[in-house]
Structure formats: structure tokens, C-alpha cells
Design a protein. Structure first.
Length: 86
């Protein structure tokens, strides 16, 4: 997975750090954004010890799925510097 992420995004993941991966079609019932419900707690728990990898896309007609992806991206960006997210 680390090599695949590097090849697709250019992001270097640390092989010694815990990776949390979520690769699914984006649909709200799958609760892909649940881990981001408490960003400060996630920041405190994962700082320097967690890398999050999200992959997937929404159905073209699924507006809420597209918004979910935007929310995940926003959450990952807000955690930048404390933990790695792609």
C-alpha cells in the first residue's frame, strides 16, 4: 500500500507508523467520516502515530456522497502536520 500511495500521490508514508485505510464507494450510510467526528481527540491520539489513507469515489448522481468526500478531504487537511492523511 505504501508504494501504491507514493506512486499515485507522491506522499511518503512511514512504514513504521500505523496505517488506517478506507477504500469504498463513498455513500453516507457507510459512515466513512465517523473517525472525524472528534478532530481534537483524533489529533491527540494519532499525532505522529497514525496515517490515514482514504480511497474511493461517489456515484455521479450521489450529491451527498460527493459532499462526504469533500468533508473527509477537509478533515484530513485540518489534521495536516499532526498526522498524515491522503
Amino acid at each position: 500500500m505504501i508504494e501504491e500511495v507514493r506512486g499515485r500521490t507522491g506522499t511518503e508514508l512511514d512504514p513504521e507508523v500505523l496505517n488506517l485505510g478506507f477504500a469504498r464507494r463513498a455513500a453516507t450510510y457507510k459512515r466513512a467520516d465517523l473517525i472525524f467526528s472528534d478532530l481534537e481527540r483524533l489529533r491527540r491520539i494519532g499525532k505522529g502515530r497514525l496515517q490515514i489513507v482514504y480511497a474511493g469515489k461517489a456515484h455521479p448522481a450521489d450529491t451527498m456522497g460527493k459532499e462526504l468526500i469533500q468533508n473527509v478531504v477537509h478533515s484530513l487537511r485540518s489534521l495536516d502536520g499532526d498526522l498524515t492523511g491522503v
